[in-house]
Each structure stands twice: as C-alpha cells, then as structure tokens.
Design a protein around this ligand. Structure first.
Ligand code: FES
Length: 109
C-alpha cells in the first residue's frame, strides 16, 4: 500500500532551494535541481541527524557532526557518515498542482 504525502505546491521550491517535509515517522528534504524536484529521507547515514542545504557549497550538511552529501545523488561526500553510503531517495509524483512523496507502507513504517 502507498501513501501520497504532501511535499510542496508545484513552483513553491525555487531552483537551487530545498524544503523539508514530513515523511511518515521521518522527515524528507526536497531539492530543486534546475527545475527537477528530487527528494531524500532526511536521515544522515552516520547517526540519523537531520541535514540542511548549504547553498554556498550546494551540499546537504548534517546538523549533528557535519557530514556532507551530494544534493543530486544523496551520496556521502565527506565527514563521519560511512563511505559509499547515501541519503535514501524518495519517489515523487505530481498531482493537482502538488508534489507528493510516495511512502510504501511495507517499508517498516
Ligand atoms: S549524524 Fe550526521 S554526521 Fe553524525
């Protein structure tokens, strides 16, 4: 079973900007990559800290210990998060002027 959870209105997230949203028991973070919205679970691969967009470097940076992740792929770039890990991607759909995140109920939620 799927739930479709609100992320943002279409056009709400400006290019190069990010927005956090609720994703079941976690948070998600959506990023506008030159007009394409991409999203990840906002859960650092080190110890689950929240990440924020650091616009100057165009990276997500963890609030707890500073690990950095690529905004397009979610791949860990540096810091205490283990190498070869990445933020988990979230699938999105667009419906009735809204961007919605797809939450699979059998994903342990
Ligand atoms: S929880 Fe993110 S770097 Fe430690």
């Amino acid at each position: 079973m799927q739930l479709h959870l609100p992320v943002a209105r279409v056009g709400e997230i400006a290019p190069g900007s990010a927005k956090s949203f609720r994703f079941g028991v976690k948070n998600g973070i959506a990023f506008n990559d030159n007009g394409t919205i991409i999203a990840f679970e906002n859960f650092c691969t080190h110890s689950g800290g929240q990440v924020d967009l650091h616009a100057a470097s165009n990276q997500f940076v963890c609030r707890l210990h500073g690990a950095c992740f690529d905004v397009k792929s979610g791949e860990r770039l540096s810091g205490q998060a283990p190498e070869n890990t990445r933020l988990k991607p979230i699938s999105l759909i667009e419906k009735d002027g809204m961007i919605l995140a797809i939450l699979e109920i059998n994903d342990g939620y």
